[in-house]
Design a protein around this ligand. Structure first.
Ligand code: NAD
Ligand code: UGA
Length: 439
């Protein structure tokens, strides 16, 4: 089977590499020439644990190739995945410009039966737009070629993307006929040897499943953030409450960790897009609108705690920030809570010193000098009045407290992810502020 994956970003590269890993011949396409040239030299555009090894292995075996030439790649292919970005437009809806550009190119260059699969997160109705676009391109060149469209949304998480792809909880595929179903079942067979299901359904349901999944997860987080905020006010500890509710299997103990808001390239954009889709159909998604509002406020919660601690007197103080990426194990800083916090501290006249294990290059582009970037967590703490734990990288769990404390000016810890124990922090001499628990 010859597979083409168009768009070699987080999803495209992981999809291409993992499909090659099980023996499929894959060619990954991107318009970004530098990205493709780097991949051909073995340089990956993103930090994603385990991805480098499988890219290198499959590239060397010749099963995984990288190119900017979609015309050449599409010829002779059986399946083409569209994995380009769907960023939010001004009104919050998903911008389908890149998806439809690819559909047009596919229709222009295909030379035989092809299944065109949208892997990008796209609103209901997109597959039928893709179909129309391909048809129009075929008509333009008077080509009577057969093709099918399908929807195969991706559920991987950054930082665990390879594992999620190789051992998925489920694979969702929207199809219109048996031919596409049987070819896609064959393609995914090696990934469900663990007994997890391939769920075939109609295309609109598959497209909606992706948004519903992300919206449900975002809802769990915003809900817990509200419970945490209330815990603080009534004198309860959200860690205990989380354990208390999470042990009920109907609720479950995953994705109920409070913090300083969800970030990343997907939850914020997908929640917005689903609200927007509903509006187009004159339906008001009240819960989701609140999920978004709560999250916007939660990103400011830590700054409010800092202001309260210093009675509003933040100007001239030095803050050490640990972790900048939107979550651990990634260098992705899209919609990261760290950006909102650093903006607020900078605006208030504070000095910010920051360190992240892998997102320093990204941070340099995005922070425009609002924080000085340090080589490690100890250097970032030098002369600091307080430490703010923003991203729970494992290396921040047991840092070299002795050296850190010696370098600091003050001793206050603002723990945005509740990774420290209040008692231990107090023993080290810190005034401790967590999320959803008394200090
Ligand atoms: P990304 O920005 O990392 O990658 C997109 C790539 O597409 C870029 O390299 C870009 O150059 C390329 N591209 C754009 N137009 C192109 C064209 N016409 N031809 C070829 N290449 C083109 O994006 P991503 O994070 O991989 O997300 C892609 C889609 O997958 C989005 O819809 C996103 O919502 C969805 N998704 C993302 C994740 C995630 O964790 N990042 C998870 C599940 C689903
Ligand atoms: C999320 C989903 O988990 C994936 O299933 C989905 O495929 C992906 O979006 C997507 O559509 O792109 P991702 O954004 O990579 O994956 O990362 P998550 O682990 O979901 O974390 C998202 C945000 O929620 C992070 O900022 C994280 O800190 C926050 N979070 C997560 C919490 O605040 N509490 C939690 O309990 C879990």
């Amino acid at each position: 089977m010859k597979i083409v994956v168009v768009g070699t970003g987080y999803v495209g590269l992981v999809t291409g590499a993992c499909l090659a890993e099980v023996g499929t011949e894959v060619i990954c396409i991107d318009v970004n020439k530098e990205k493709i040239a780097n991949l051909q030299k073995g340089i990956l555009p993103i930090y994603e644990p385990g991805l480098d090894v499988i890219v290198e292995r499959n590239y060397k075996k010749g099963r995984l190739r990288f190119s900017t030439n979609i015309e050449e790649a599409i010829k002779g292919a059986q399946i083409a995945f569209i994995a380009v970005g769907t960023p939010p437009g001004e009104d919050g809806s998903a911008d389908l410009k890149y998806v439809l550009q690819v559909a047009d190119q596919v229709g222009t260059y295909m030379d035989g039966y092809l299944i065109v699969v949208t892997k990008s997160t796209v609103p209901v109705g997109t597959a039928s737009k893709v179909k129309k676009t391909i048809k129009a391109a075929l008509e333009k060149r008077n080509a009577a070629l057969e093709f099918d469209v399908a929807s195969n949304p991706e559920f991987l998480k950054e930082g665990a993307a390879v594992d999620d792809f190789l051992k998925p909880d489920r694979i969702v595929i929207g199809v219109e006929n048996e031919k596409a179903k049987s070819l896609l079942r064959q393609l995914y067979e090696p990934f469900v040897l663990n007994g997890h299901p391939v769920l075939f359904m109609d295309i609109p349901s598959a497209e909606m499943t992706k948004y519903a999944a992300n919206a449900m997860l975002a809802t769990k987080i915003s809900f817990m953030n509200e419970i945490a905020n209330l815990c603080e006010r009534v004198g309860a500890n959200v860690n205990e409450v989380r354990n208390g509710i999470g042990s009920d299997p109907r609720i479950g103990n995953r994705f109920i960790y409070p913090g300083i808001g969800y970030g990343g390239s997907c939850f914020p954009k997908d929640v917005k897009a689903l609200i927007r889709t509903a509006r187009e159909y004159e339906y008001n998604m009240r819960i989701l609108q609140s999920v978004e509002d709560v999250n916007d406020d939660q990103k400011k919660v830590m700054f409010e705690k800092i202001k309260k601690h210093y009675n509003g007197d933040i100007a001239g103080k030095t803050f050490c920030i640990w972790g900048l990426s939107f979550k651990p194990q990634t260098d992705d800083m899209r919609e990261a809570p760290s950006l909102v916090l650093i903006d607020a501290l900078h605006e208030a006249g504070a000095k910010v010193q920051a360190y992240d294990p892998v997102a320093m290059n990204e941070a340099e582009h995005l922070l425009h000098g609002k924080a000085s970037l340090k080589k490690d967590e100890t250097a970032a703490a030098e002369n600091a009045d307080a430490i703010i734990l923003v991203t729970e990288w494992p290396e921040f769990r047991l840092p070299d407290w002795d050296s850190i404390i010696k370098k600091m000016k003050g001793r206050v810890m603002f723990d945005g992810r509740n990774i420290y124990n209040n008692e231990e922090m107090k023993r080290l001499g810190f005034i401790y502020h967590g999320i959803g628990k008394e200090t």
